[in-house]
Design a protein around this ligand. Sequence first.
Ligand code: DLZ
Length: 159
Amino acid sequence: MSGAGAPKVTVDGTGLRVVVVAASWHEQVMDGLLAGTRRALAESGADWTEVRVPGSFELPVAAARAAAGGADAVVALGVVIRGGTPHFEYVCSAATTGLTDVSVRTGVPVGFGVLTCDDEAQALDRAGLEGSREDKGAEAAEAAVATAVTLRDLVPAPQ
Ligand code: DLZ
């Protein structure tokens, strides 16, 4: 998927409570994603907390708990790099389907900051590090905050 055409999203997230759920595989890339997310959340004015899980497979359950606990938005960060077995497809599919399910079922937007890459070079290029072409951690945070603001102003959340 190309990053071309991405919008520049800036919103006022003051008063929003955001939970960042972050996997732990591929430390250097994760550090970049987390830094981008922190930067974007600070710029938006939102308050946030961070929780770490072992791998991207564990992101949906952490996101579900955050949503049930009253978060206005969740940002999910992870890095999955293709190996020589079908494991890659299973972890990517579980993370993607699980996070989609959490957002649709709970009405709490989940920013999708899970990189699914063929190799580490692709991941580094999207990590928001010096020399990266893209900053997917920031993009995921901006998307989550923007969607939370849109939903808040659209209709009250179901009780
Ligand atoms: C097992 C595994 C592998 C092989 N690769 C990754 C990866 O590239 N990125 C990631 O976030 N997690 C990986 N995992 C771990 C799984 O997500 C999960 O934590 C384990 O299967 C334990 O449930």
